[in-house]
Each structure stands twice: as C-alpha cells, then as structure tokens.
Design a protein around this ligand. Sequence first.
Ligand SMILES: Cc1cc2nc3c(=O)[nH]c(=O)nc-3n(C[C@H](O)[C@H](O)[C@H](O)COP(=O)(O)OP(=O)(O)OC[C@H]3O[C@@H](n4cnc5c(N)ncnc54)[C@H](O)[C@@H]3O)c2cc1C
Length: 337
Amino acid sequence: MRDFQDYSLLKHNSFGVDARCHRFVEYSSTDELRALLPQLRGVRWMHIGAGCNLLFTGDYDGTILHSAIRGVEVLEDAPDGTVLVRAGAGEDWDGFVGYCVGAGLYGLENLSLIPGEVGASAVQNIGAYGSEVAQRIETVHTLCAATGEVRDFAREECRYGYRTSILKEELRGQYVVTHVTYRLSRHFVPDLGYAALAREVEARGLGAGLTAARLRELVIEVRRQKLPDPAETGSAGSFFMNPVVDEATYARLAAAYPGMPFYRVAGGVKIPAGWLIEQAGWKGRSLGRARVWHRQALVLVNTGGATGEEVRRLSEAVRDDVRGRFGIDLRCEVNIL
Ligand SMILES: Cc1cc2nc3c(=O)[nH]c(=O)nc-3n(C[C@H](O)[C@H](O)[C@H](O)COP(=O)(O)OP(=O)(O)OC[C@H]3O[C@@H](n4cnc5c(N)ncnc54)[C@H](O)[C@@H]3O)c2cc1C
C-alpha cells in the first residue's frame, strides 16, 4: 500500500492539470481496500483510475483512492469457444486488450488504445468504432464502500447506456470495482459495423485475411491520426457526448443545415457534437492555454500549463455558442471536479 499526504495529481490525470489532494492511497489487493474503507467514513473521497476522463478544476479537499490490483485470469474456457477472463481493476486497459489479442481471446479489438484502466472501463462503458465494452462484460466485481462486503454486478444489473452505467450514475461513489470479468471468444469475428472502420479495412485490401492483430493495429493507427497522444498533449478524449435530439429538432436543423451529418439511433437522431462545434467556429481555437483540438473538435486540450479552470471556461464558451446557434445543450462526457 502506498499512502501520501498533500499529493500532486499531475501524473494522475491525462489533462496534465497540477491539482493536489489531501491524501492519496494506492492499494494492491481486495483485503487492503477492505481495511482502508473504515478510514473513509466522514471524509470526502473518490476513486480514480488513470484519470483519463477527469478534469480537476481545483485542489481536491479529500482522499483519492487508486487501485493497483493487477492480474489476468481465465476462469472458464468452454468447448463452444466462449472464454471468461477476469482482470484486476488496476490493469492498464490497452495492455489488457493487447494481451487478449495475443492470447487468442477476441472481442475487444475495436476498443484498442483507449486510455485508462480496467476498473473504469466497466464504470464508463467505454466505446469506439461501433463497439461498447458492455457487450463483453459478464460481471463487475466490487466492494461496497459502506460495509466492505463483496457485491458482484451481472451485466444486466449495470444498466449500461452510452458512456454510462449504474456505477457512474445512481450508485456513484458507493462501490469500488476490484475486478471485471469479460466474456470473450476463441473465434475471431471482426466487428466492422462502423462504416469508417469498414472503409479503412477495404482501403487496405484486408477483407478476407483480416486477423484480430491486424484489426487492432488498424484501430491504433486510425486513433493516432485523429486523437492527441496523452503522453504529449493533455486531454480527456471527447469532452462532450454526441447529442441525441427528437425528430422535430432534427427536421428543423436539417432544413437549416442540409449537409449536417446524423445517425438514427434508439430514442432519436444523433448529431456529432464535433460537427456542431466546428460549425460554431471553434475547431483549433484557444481560450487562454486551453484549445479545441485542430483535428477533432470534440476534444479539448491543454496547450501547456493550463489550469482545470481554464479548460472548464473553454468548455463553457463552446457550449454557450452551440446552444445559441443550434439550440442544443451539449452534455459533458468528462467528469468535472
Ligand atoms: C486521448 C483520449 C482518448 C479517449 N478515447 C476514448 C474513446 O474512444 N472511448 C471512450 O469511451 N473513452 C475515451 N476516452 C476517455 C477515457 O479513456 C475513458 O473514460 C476511460 O475509461 C477512463 O479510464 P480511467 O482509468 O482513466 O478512469 P478515470 O478517468 O480515472 O475515472 C473515470 C470514472 O471511473 C471511476 N472509477 C475509476 N476506477 C474505479 C474503480 N476501480 N471503482 C469505481 N470507480 C472507478 C471514477 O470515479 C470516475 O467516475 C479517451 C481519453 C483520452 C485521454
């Protein structure tokens, strides 16, 4: 266990914001976590992963927990090719995906290179290129923060939706994820439902000979072209969620902007938030030391030394403009603290 007072979070958030917390504790087993929980009573606390979806707008006046529970274990290897694989919450997400592909365990390829850890994958319902981790989650293993008791959430209990879950919303802060079990397959069936990815596969002539390793490489290559590398440029990936509007709003906007991209989804019409932000003239624009990424307007970046408050101010300016121009209220994907 590692336990620090008055600790800098600079290396624990991908925006690269230099906020501090009162206490930072990193535990490496479920037993260590259980022993720690009574110390949190009456104290402000939160759990973080790698901090790739967090924006600290100031110092955190409390205790921050971080999991160093590692390890990957095959729980079941069924004759039909289904494999249940359990990973510790503190495992690096992309390292885990790479391990699975290398071990012939398929189903996570489209989620390659998403920054962060295994624990958060199940809280956030990470997704990319038409795939969501919820499709592959079997069980989320947790400890109840109030009692220290084990509680396993089956996938259906997690109420997964677009970048959300019961652990992110209704039960936020009440359970700590210790491990996640994924349902993977020994048979590789590429998920090419996302048109842009299918086009990339075709453009490279990969078609019939496509392997899981090649698909993973391709996803990594495409992501590197579009998204800032967290090691070089601070960001939290997509800052806003893509809004889903009703048919009447869609019809009004489509009449005013005939080239507007859209996707029909359950519950309405999804409009890419990046397109709205770009139309509002924000792509590549800065406010102080925070900037809208020049290759993808959905991403806000720290150009160097920005405070969390500067990034938040930029996000508010973008939201105000999009609301004024399109009448759409953008929701933040990033957890603002
Ligand atoms: C460059 C870049 C690209 C990105 N691209 C994508 C993308 O394509 N798709 C996508 O979905 N996301 C993307 N993201 C966002 C981010 O990678 C995900 O949200 C990821 O799951 C965050 O993981 P983390 O470990 O950093 O979690 P954190 O940001 O530290 O935490 C996220 C949430 O999970 C909770 N949490 C973390 N660990 C635990 C635990 N053990 N128990 C209970 N709660 C916990 C935290 O309290 C918080 O609410 C991107 C981010 C960056 C920087």
